[in-house]
Design a protein around this ligand. Structure first.
Ligand SMILES: [Zn+2]
Length: 58
């Protein structure tokens, strides 16, 4: 049985910087990713690619 390693992988949401909606959720491995995640993602509300920044889920 596989033991889950707690704490290494974190669930995060990606928030659009233009309309502030949370369009995506993803997982981040804290061991190999430092700092805030920033990605160009398509926002269906703005109907274009916008910068999405990491934010906490909940
Ligand atoms: Zn947006």
């Amino acid at each position: 049985m596989a033991k889950s390693k707690k704490g290494a992988v974190e669930l995060i949401a990606l928030k659009c910087t233009e309309c502030n909606r949370r369009n995506y959720t993803t997982k981040k491995n804290r061991r190999n990713m430092q700092g805030k995640l920033e990605l160009m993602k398509y926002c269906k509300f703005d109907r274009k690619h916008t910068l999405h920044k990491e934010t906490k889920v909940k």
